[in-house]
Design a protein around this ligand. Structure first.
Ligand code: G3I
Length: 365
């Protein structure tokens, strides 16, 4: 469906089109087209439907992981400010980034993203507090006793959540606690505290900011299997024990053309536990070089994932793990793959964008 026809349809549904004062608070700041580099993000003509607005019309958000360094680039800043109603710091709030030396904090990148999000009326997903990745070396190499690891983890959670109290919509409190076989991932926290580290972290986050929604975030759980069942059992036990957990993040780092067909069932199963569900790190990688056919396949899979969220009442939104192929983790981590995001290196919308808009426009809960 052409974007203009889709816009007409949404207009008929009395859905405010972005750019009108009715629906776009700071989210659509006026774009200084002169600041946009050549071949950059085309400034909306003022009547373009953004992905964020299409999601908001269903009561959901659409976000992306933000590389704070890239906010210095005009087109990136314009795209992020205009298309999104939520942002996630790709790296800026990770422990190794905020406390590179014990007791010495660097909040500048995180503060910059918080300021950017507030200026654009965007939700902020805090990412991530307790994870085996990007930990500060002083912590990893400190040979701390178990009780010291526990105290340091709790202090980190309390310090960071407390610092951003009132600004964060949702925290990925615990990230990737499971191994691919469904067992516990063997990380420094498990070694020190056993599985209880998960509930300890959630309780500390809740105490530091009772207003933030608290998530456990995982990959490889978007389809039935031992890892998904293990996450289901973990969340069920946390809920049974009255541990503060509000949502499950399904990362959705997927191969284009292989998006799982049972994602709607998986979302419904987690929602049946009484928690929200969110797509938190969506990207659909393509083996390079991506052909036009590959991009059409990718668009169909973006639609499949967004439709699964659209059709699940408690799916609160979707976040892509980046928004332009020019700033994506994929090429550096998956040799020979790329083109995983909705906008290309020139900030132009790929077929995925129209597919996402159409998926959000479908009737649903
Ligand atoms: O900041 C340093 C810089 O000073 C240095 O010059 C440069 C070269 O060594 O490295 C920079 O750090 C890099 C960091 O990204 C910031 O760019 C790290 O090497 C690099 O490993 C790190 O990659 C991040 C990756 O997590 C680490 O596992 C990716 O950007 C980030 O997209 C990715 O995100 C994770 C989520 O947080 C959790 N889910 C999986 C997802 C993909 O791994």
């Amino acid at each position: 469906m052409r974007k203009s026809a889709l816009i007409g349809m949404l207009a008929a549904m009395a859905v405010p089109i972005v750019g009108s004062s009715a629906c776009a608070p700071e989210a659509t700041t006026a774009i200084d087209v002169n600041a946009l580099a050549e071949g950059s993000y085309p400034a909306p003509a003022g009547n373009e439907l953004t992905i964020g607005a299409a999601a908001a019309a269903t009561g959901r958000y659409f976000g992306a992981a933000i590389d704070v360094n890239a906010l210095a680039e005009g087109p990136y800043r314009a795209l992020a400010g205009n298309e999104l109603t939520a942002v996630t710091p790709e790296n800026a709030m990770k422990w190794g980034e905020v406390e590179p030396q014990r007791g010495v904090f660097d909040w500048r990148p995180a503060d910059e993203l918080v300021g950017f999000a507030k200026a654009h009326g965007q939700k902020i997903r805090g990412h991530t507090l307790v994870w085996h990745g990007q930990l500060p070396s002083w912590f990893v190499d400190g040979n701390f006793a178990p009780n010291e690891v526990k105290a340091l983890m709790l202090a980190h959670v309390s310090t960071e959540v407390g610092r951003f109290k009132g600004s964060i919509y949702a925290w990925d409190v615990v990230n990737e606690p499971l191994a691919d076989n469904g067992g516990w991932r063997d990380n420094i926290f498990l070694k020190a505290m056993g599985p209880d580290y998960v509930s300890l972290a959630l309780n500390a986050a809740h105490k530091a900011d009772p207003g933030a929604k608290l998530y456990v975030n995982e990959y490889g759980v978007e389809t039935s299997g031992p890892k998904m069942e293990a996450l289901y059992d973990l969340v069920a036990s946390l809920k049974r024990d009255g541990v503060p957990i509000d949502g499950v993040g399904l990362q959705c780092h997927l191969v284009s053309g292989a998006a799982p067909g049972d994602l709607p069932d998986v979302m419904r199963r987690f929602a049946s536990l009484g928690v929200d569900v969110a797509v938190t790190e969506l990207d659909l990688r393509i083996r390079s070089p991506a052909t036009e056919r590959d991009l059409q396949t990718q668009a169909a899979d973006y639609a499949r994932v967004v439709s699964a969220c659209r059709m699940t009442k408690r799916c609160v939104g979707a976040t892509a793990w980046g928004i332009t192929d020019g700033h994506s983790w994929i090429p550096g981590f998956f040799q020979g793959y790329g083109a995983a995001l909705p906008f290309d290196e020139g900030y132009r919308p790929k077929p995925a964008v129209a597919a996402i808009l159409k998926a959000f426009a479908a009737p649903g809960p």
